[in-house]
Ligand binder design. Structure first.
Ligand code: NAX
Length: 331
């Protein structure tokens, strides 16, 4: 066994936290040869549920689980953390305006970002799941000026996986034959699932499925998939969200290449360096690969007029969110 890695997870008493913890502790995220030390951050209201999850973790007797600590103090939670999964957030409730939502989350992600900056390990990598994920990641990043900006990311992997699954079903092909799907922009209804460069069994996806479908109902369905799950299941996405968070971190730390597929790529919301006309500094979803622990945007893909408009619309929303949190003094 190698040395343990310290993983801080917020919202451990909530649904996604609960679904993620067992797989992380079992080695499904970083491998069965990598012990994990878990630090669970909750607010007092969520603490009993997190304690219950910790008891169940003990009952799994995972050889990869090197320890579990619970705390409501961000500085304790992030002390020496190599990975921070920020899942807990303030959801939108009835009658809440956008400014209220952003302020409530600013009060969470600002202090957590500061604690990460002050206490986390030098190699810390942060993945934000709690919504509005991209802007929460930006808030946290802006409070940790000494941490390299690119260490703060937000999850669009669930959107990516949804986009792959829905394409596979439409094409009547196995998921393993789908490649080159991209989610652009914000993890919100404006996101753009793009099949322009996707392939199904090596053939262009847009020759396999109807282009009108790909640019209309498909985009809509992927973007609304969370609402569809709520309608059908009676609750929000939990298992798939936990899975996506685990895949995001695994690919980031261990790389996206797979045997026989060295160029494998995915989607993640990472800091823009101006790629594809996305203003520098925004945390926006791109086509990405990871190598040696660094996400890199896959560059050089052609962007047609339809895609340009969709990307720009989602990026405009990210700019508006960034400007709003600036005006509120949250960054
Ligand atoms: P839950 O309400 O079940 O759990 C959230 C937990 O976070 C609660 O236990 C709460 O006490 C805790 N919490 C709140 N503030 C905290 C703080 N300051 N520090 C530590 N813990 C805190 O929500 P769940 O279903 O687990 O969803 C969590 C978040 O994921 C939500 O914001 C949700 O919108 C977001 N999602 C993001 C997705 C993505 O793809 N990026 C998809 C799934 C999900 O909708």
């Amino acid at each position: 066994m190698r040395d343990p890695i310290t993983i801080a997870l917020t919202g451990a008493g909530g649904q996604i936290g609960y679904a993620a913890l067992f797989r992380i502790a079992s080695g499904a995220m970083l491998g069965e040869d990598r012990p994990v030390r878990l630090r669970l951050l909750e607010i007092p209201q969520g603490m009993r549920a997190a304690e219950g999850a910790a008891l169940e973790l003990a009952d799994c007797a995972f050889p990869t689980l090197a320890g579990v600590e619970l705390t409501d103090d961000p500085a304790t939670a992030f002390d020496g953390a190599n990975v921070a999964l920020l899942i807990g957030s303030r959801p939108r409730t009835a009658g809440m305006e956008r400014g209220d939502l952003l302020s409530a989350n600013g009060a969470i992600f600002g202090p957590q970002g500061r604690a990460i900056g002050e206490c986390a390990a030098d190699d810390v990598r942060v993945a934000v799941v709690g919504n509005p994920a991209n802007t929460n990641a930006l808030i946290a990043q802006q409070h940790a000026p000494d941490v390299p900006a690119e260490r703060f990311t937000a999850l669009t992997r669930l959107d990516h996986n949804r986009a792959v699954g829905i394409l596979a079903a439409q094409a009547g092909a196995p998921v393993a034959e789908i490649d080159g799907v991209t989610i652009w922009g914000n993890h919100s209804a404006t996101q753009y699932p793009d099949l322009s460069h996707a392939t199904v069994g090596g053939r262009p996806a847009l020759e396999t499925v109807d282009v009108e479908w790909a640019r209309g109902p498909y985009v809509e369905r992927v973007a609304r998939r969370g609402a569809e799950i709520i309608e059908v299941r009676g609750g929000s996405s939990v298992g798939s969200a936990a899975n996506a968070a685990i895949e995001h971190v695994r690919d980031w730390l261990l790389g996206t290449a797979r045997p026989g597929d060295p160029g494998r790529r995915t989607s993640a919301a990472i800091v823009s360096r101006g790629e594809y006309g996305v203003p520098e500094g925004l945390i926006s979803s791109f086509p990405v690969r990871s190598e040696a622990g660094e996400w890199r945007v896959v560059e050089g893909l052609s962007v047609d007029e339809f895609s340009r408009e969709r990307i720009d619309a989602s990026v405009a929303e990210l700019i508006a969110e960034r400007d709003a949190v600036r005006e509120l003094g949250l960054i």
